[in-house]
Design a protein around this ligand. Structure first.
Ligand SMILES: Cc1cc2nc3c(=O)[nH]c(=O)nc-3n(C[C@H](O)[C@H](O)[C@H](O)COP(=O)(O)OP(=O)(O)OC[C@H]3O[C@@H](n4cnc5c(N)ncnc54)[C@H](O)[C@@H]3O)c2cc1C
Length: 392
């Protein structure tokens, strides 16, 4: 039976996460306005909170309560317009290494902060269009190509880089490689300037005859499968990580809607506008109705995320549900802060309220790790039983 209830201990963890995130609010505006700066590894206030991993030590990372707690922690953390007091020790590349790396590779690189570098100027949603090449030369791979929009690209120790070893093989030729910072031929080209999530660093990379050892191929399988719909083991393995990470991106979008909702609820309550659930919708004010619909949308989206996480915790396939959660999170990240603005009026357009930042920061949840349109394609394929080549 599905059970989304939390233990008292987990509730206390969530409260502590929320308190920590609230303290990070004081740095939000500065890093929003100084995108060129990289947020420090930790702020002095972090010492007031033991690292969350320490509190959760000994619990399996993927049991049901733990996965639910993790997505809820993400929501609580991001529902504050702030900067993390302590930067997370892992990134998307770590999840890819965990999913597709050999045991030896995980042991060797698991402690590093690893970004994930797939996107190129001509390859975003359509990953099989990747142009970056990896050519085997003796005991080394030689990488050439350009990558853009790499989250944590400045802070990371290295990146999991997607490249093709054989363009004629399509998806089958795409493999992922670990490239460490400082490797000759690996250049950090620039830090991007963005609409939102400006405290998160996003970089562009260039690889020019960048030589890496042969055993930096993630998963170590050099064979190139051919045929329609084929993907190499490392390509498929890394794609699978998205079933785990998409609910967390959805959680980010939901959090921005939730944060905007909380601000709107608090400010409107100060003006005497509250939602009376006993009142008929015909007599309730339009502002109260807007608030109520916003809250319902956030709740509904949260349930989709919890369902995707719950399935993962049961070892059940969650490809469809992870995309439903991501599509829904990507929707509320847009509509939620806008509804909060509708309810609050023009004042929320000013920087006096964080709603404008929630609106900007949330928008990314409908872009990275698959746009909303791509999620809807995945959902349609899963429901109708089409392959990716049949429904594109
Ligand atoms: C801040 C930020 C951080 C990022 N971090 C990373 C990262 O760490 N690593 C990484 O590899 N990438 C990262 N990305 C890139 C991100 O994953 C891509 O931007 C995303 O996959 C979309 O690709 P694209 O921008 O090239 O859009 P395109 O694929 O060119 O799509 C353009 C538009 O067309 C729509 N579209 C495309 N194909 C279809 C279709 N078949 N049917 C219907 N609509 C379609 C898309 O939804 C989109 O609206 C990041 C991007 C941003 C903005």
């Amino acid at each position: 039976m599905v059970d989304f209830s939390l233990s008292d201990f987990d509730r206390a963890v969530l409260e502590s996460v929320a308190a920590e995130a609230k303290l990070g609010e004081k740095y939000a505006r500065y890093y929003d306005e100084h995108e060129e700066e990289v947020v420090p590894q930790s702020f002095p206030e972090a010492s007031q909170f033991p690292p969350i991993e320490r509190r959760l030590r000994g619990r399996p990372r993927d049991d049901t309560a733990m996965l639910l707690l993790r997505v809820l922690m993400r929501i609580e953390r991001e529902a504050h317009c702030g900067v993390p007091l302590r930067q997370p020790p892992t990134a998307l590349g770590n999840a890819a290494l965990e999913a597709a790396g050999t045991e030896a590779q995980k042991a060797r690189w698991g402690q590093l902060l690893l970004a994930m570098s797939i996107t190129e100027p001509g390859a975003g949603s359509d990953t099989k269009a990747i142009q970056t090449t990896a050519r085997l030369d003796g005991e080394e791979w030689v990488l050439n190509g350009d990558k853009i929009f790499v989250t944590n690209g400045v802070r990371c120790d290295g990146a999991i880089v997607w490249a093709t070893v054989d363009r004629s093989a399509g998806r089958g030729g795409i493999k992922s490689f670990l490239v460490l910072k400082g490797t000759p031929g690996f250049e950090l080209v620039r830090k991007e300037k963005k609409l939102g999530i400006r405290s998160s660093d996003t970089a562009a990379f260039a690889f020019r005859d960048c030589r890496i050892p042969r055993d930096h191929l993630i998963g170590s399988n050099e064979s190139v499968p051919r045929g329609e719909g084929e993907g190499s083991a490392s390509y498929k393995g890394v794609l699978k990580t998205f079933n785990m990470t998409r609910p967390f991106v959805a959680a980010l979008g939901i959090a921005k809607a939730l944060g905007a909702f909380r601000v709107a609820r608090e400010k409107l309550a100060e003006e005497g506008v509250t939602v009376d659930f006993d009142e008929s919708r015909h007599t309730r004010s339009a502002t109260a109705q807007t608030l109520l619909e916003l809250e319902a949308d956030v709740e509904a989206a949260t349930l989709t995320v919890m369902r995707a996480a719950w399935l993962a915790s049961q070892g059940k396939p969650n490809n469809l549900e992870a995309s439903v959660a991501k599509a829904k999170g990507g929707e509320v990240c847009r509509t939620g802060p806008q509804r909060a603005m509708d309810a609050l009026g023009a004042v929320s357009f000013s920087q006096d309220y964080p709603v404008e930042q929630f609106l900007r920061d949330g928008r990314i949840a409908d872009i990275y790790e698959g746009t909303g349109q791509i999620q809807r394609l995945v959902i349609a394929r899963a429901i109708l039983g089409y392959s990716s080549s049949e429904l594109t």
